[in-house]
Write a protein that binds this ligand. Sequence first.
Ligand code: ADP
Ligand code: MG
Length: 576
Amino acid sequence: MPITQLPAVVINQIAAGEVVERPASVVKEVLENAIDAGASRVEILIEGGGVDLIEVIDDGCGMSEDELPLAIASHATSKVSALEDLEHVATMGFRGEALASIGSVARLEIRSRTAERDSGGLIVVDHGVAEPPQPAACPPGTRVRVSGLFERVPARRKFLKSAQAETNRIRRVTRDIAAANPEVAIVLASNGRTLLDLPASDPRSRLEAVLGTELAEHMLEVSVQRDGIGLWGLIGRPELARPTAQHQIVCLNGRPIVDRSLRYAVREAFRGLMEPSRHPTAALFLSVPPDRVDVNVHPAKSEVRFRDDRLVFSIVKRGVEEALRGADIVPRFETSGMVPPVAPRERPLFGHSDTRSAGFDAAAARGVMASSPPQRTAEVGTIQTARPVLQIHRMFLVTEDAEGMLIIDQHALHERVMFERMLERIGEATLPSQRLLIPEMVEASPEAIEAMGSLGEMLGRLGFDVSPAGPATVAVHAVPSLLTERHVGIVAFMSDLLERAAELRDMTDQETALRDVLDMMACKAAIKAGEQLSERELADLLSMRETVERSSNCPHGRPTTLRLSIEELERRFARR
Ligand code: ADP
Ligand code: MG
């Protein structure tokens, strides 16, 4: 095929592939433009999941009739004029591509008027073909109408989901931008039904409106200022973690972004507090001086590159850790909805009541919210060891604290306590080690033996002394004292460790590998379910709970403790 210069329409259609993937991308671009135009109120109306119609009305600075052809031209923008400007972009847009792209894959109509002029203009682009602008009567501001999206791009249309699914995406995009721009009032309606109606407000109230007040009230505030970087936001307690990251909003300088490393930072901060496959609920807002971040790495501007990415990572991780540390994160018993609550007056005297199954229960959830008062007394979260403790079924400990009754999994708590103690200790010195009179011989694969060699330093810190003793045998000369004290079988433990040696060696982060081994040690050494504890041991375990960080969950993230509040007990016994 001969080489030819592509016509402008085709160029824009190709560019549109990157910028306009689906209706939600149109909403995102047009809403961003409205915010860039200084709008104080933006109304978004959609029909048919945004495929039939997207209309965005703003009261921003507007454009004059003669500017309209430029607005829809590609690489035409009022926001940057030279490469250096990219160093300090403070606007959401700057690529000058969005309107041109949208106009090439839909029918686009823009009506706009500046405050200074008496009349405005209208321009229409129909699938890349623009008509000359014409005068039009309209209020100051801009009204953008996009209809028949992808009508002539069947390849794109095929990938669209149901109208409901596309509407949901539009709602999410709008929600995220709204969260980051609280001073702008934003309304979203779909087929005449209002989905979001957010008045202008301060950041905290906007977040409450976006997330729901009940939820936001029970989230923890994150707030950090360090080295010119600011972080503010709310994070959900571990029990609010969800199976997907949809409930996580991360914004940079007013722009929602998708950043895997920051998502990872948040999860790292929750390490050990929730199961690793879940995602914390969080809304985090970063402010970074524009010259310390490159926003021009993604066509839809949803990914960014930080100049000091390690610093940003650590600010987010530490900020979230700090917020969690200060909080009482013992999950409430009611959240599991294990026992269906029965309203006192409706309860039948005989026969079975309306016992709904163990699933999520809205009434129970409301109960959770109502019974966890945000203002807590200083006493909360601590157990006085003088309180009575009961061991039941040689598995669980039952005691009380200021808020109610605590049920503790003895194994999980002991595991967590030992894990944290060892972790703290290893930060300062190697762990105490016990020499074996006669080395234990453990069988292992040649790969495992080799991997063990490269883990030597870490194993030394932990108190192990291991050396190869043949092609398929290692000799164990010393082990951490904890293992011998707690009568852990050395051969079995070492076999498990050797089996994991290659995997541990291949971990990029040595700290993670170390934690994994500590985790194995804590798990094996911990009191088991079925062990009878003496009173002294019970008291010890409970007092350790107070001194150890994150004692609410075991190192695997399972809870160690459940709390049944006094309010809840009263409710269940129909006292309230
Ligand atoms: P970019 O936002 O990257 O500059 P766009 O294609 O989204 O590119 O918009 C092109 C230009 O049109 C903008 O730079 C701006 O000057 C103008 N414009 C777009 N939408 C609006 C609006 N709602 N109000 C005022 N001006 C607008
Ligand atoms: Mg734009």
